[in-house]
Design a protein around this ligand. Structure first.
Ligand code: SF4
Ligand code: SF4
Length: 443
């Protein structure tokens, strides 16, 4: 008697058990790429980090910093510099593979072109292949033109206020310096993502070369290890490498951006045979695999004194930045005495003149109230008090302080000018001197 089984049943019985689904570096990278793309757009548009060249302002974490706020800019730049150095020493070129906008957009453009090709092959399979290829290229270039404009816009927004930039773009400005720069960056972005792509990483980008200097025996690497000759020469690790290299030749190839795609590929192929992949993230050429059983500080990459010192410096600059931002006043007041003539006497009063400068570095209109302390019977003469200041503007002016000319008045008296924000808040205090004519002793 012949017993027949449905085909699906047979297939179920014969199918080899698939390895359990793994968390792949590819999926992790794509999620990080997406997050970095959002960050690339958010940084300039929400003033999280932007150098406004025309207005000479540095925007950081929502603060509008003026170019003369040296301490904050210094701490911010040093913090960013040590962040790059520290991450390169500990994690090698992980930034290139996971966060670099050049890599993200290059991969996205290749992936888009491949999808377009697959779609054309499926939809227009009866066309001659030459015609299909031409159509794919034309469609791809046509789609990339507006994308390049958008990316160039986002990039230039790091240096010019997005609103100004949009006005220039809508006016099709290619006459002013800003307009010419915008057109040039758009063209560069277009050529970059259609022709250059990852070639940029191995020819022009200085970070790959810098990595060669910063890396050491404990830096994270992508390493092929096959002591027991398990490699089946399938070359999947080579095919998936978008940098076009064979990681089996050396873990120190300048093209390798430590993206981990070859780790996934090998793990996938050998995993189907019930074996472990041969390519791993390792701590240096001779170190153990990343993520192995060891103290959590070492697992995070803090593997020697050099890394601890870099982390300490990073924390110092981070704290300095935090304190400098905390101490920052949005409205900066400066007062200085006008000593071209020491004093003026008029109508039985002595007058001293002072100059002030108020810089409103905040985003809202503000006003400053001047008042006097420790100078009895003195009067402050100023055209307007409080003095209004528009957001992002500076106001300069003068005022006089007068006192009755009386006997017994000292030539030099110390007092304080207080400058208080009109909406409340702690006043700035400026110690000053009031000069009076010398008192002649009676004969
Ligand atoms: S994917 Fe793994 S098994 Fe295949 S060639 Fe590369 S290293 Fe060898
Ligand atoms: S060799 Fe591996 S880790 Fe290096 S770039 Fe190629 S796929 Fe990425």
């Amino acid at each position: 008697m012949c017993i027949t089984m449905p085909i699906s049943e047979v297939a179920k019985k014969r199918a080899p058990a698939l390895p359990p689904p793994r968390v792949t570096y590819h999926r992790l990278r794509k999620s990080i790429h997406f997050a970095c793309f959002l960050a690339f757009l958010a940084l300039p548009f929400f003033d999280l980090m932007r150098f406004d060249i025309p207005r000479q302002r540095f925007y950081f974490a929502g603060y509008e910093l003026w170019i003369n706020e040296f301490a904050i800019i210094f701490f911010a730049l040093m913090f960013l510099m040590f962040l790059i150095i520290g991450s390169s020493i500990a994690y090698g070129r992980v930034y290139c593979g996971y966060m670099c906008p050049q890599m993200i957009f290059s991969e996205a453009s290749i992936s888009f072109e491949n999808r377009l090709r697959r779609w054309m092959n499926k939809r227009f399979f009866d066309w001659p292949s030459k015609r299909r290829n031409l159509a794919v290229r034309a469609l791809f270039l046509a789609a990339l033109a507006p994308v390049s404009v958008f990316l160039a816009f986002a990039f230039i927004s790091y240096f010019v206020a997005p609103r100004d930039l949009l006005a220039r773009l809508l006016a099709l400005d290619v006459h002013t310096a800003g307009g010419i720069a915008g057109a040039a960056v758009t063209l560069i972005a277009f050529l970059d993502f259609t022709l250059v792509r990852q070639r940029f990483c191995t020819t022009v980008c200085p970070y790959g070369y810098l990595q060669g200097i910063l890396g050491d025996n404990n830096t994270l690497l992508v390493h092929y290890r096959d002591e027991s000759h398990q490699c089946i020469e399938c070359k999947k690790c080579v095919r998936v490498c978008h940098m076009g290299i064979d990681i089996r030749n050396s873990p120190f190839q300048i093209e390798c951006v430590h993206c981990g795609e070859c780790i996934d590929a090998c793990g996938d192929v050998l995993g189907r045979m019930g074996k472990k992949g041969l390519i791993h993230y390792t701590w240096g050429e001779h170190g153990g695999e990343a993520g192995g059983r060891e103290p959590w500080l070492r697992r995070l990459g803090l593997r020697d004194a050099k890394r601890a010192i870099v982390l300490l410096l990073l924390l110092c600059y981070g704290c300095g930045l935090f304190v400098a931002l905390g101490m920052r006043h949005a409205v900066l007041v400066e007062i200085s005495p006008e000593r071209a003539s020491l004093y003026r006497i008029d109508g039985g009063h002595v007058y001293n003149k002072f100059r002030f400068n108020i810089a409103n570095r905040g985003r809202t209109r503000s006003a400053v109230i001047f008042s006097l302390e420790q100078l009895p019977s003195a009067t402050l003469s100023i055209p307007e008090n409080p003095v209004p200041v528009e957001a992002g503007k500076s106001v300069q002016g003068e005022f006089e302080i007068s006192r009755p000319l009386a006997s017994g008045t000292q030539e030099v008296e110390h007092f304080t000018i207080a400058a208080s924000p009109a909406g409340g808040g702690s006043p700035d205090e400026f110690p000053m001197t009031f000069l009076s004519p010398p008192q002649r002793s009676p004969r």
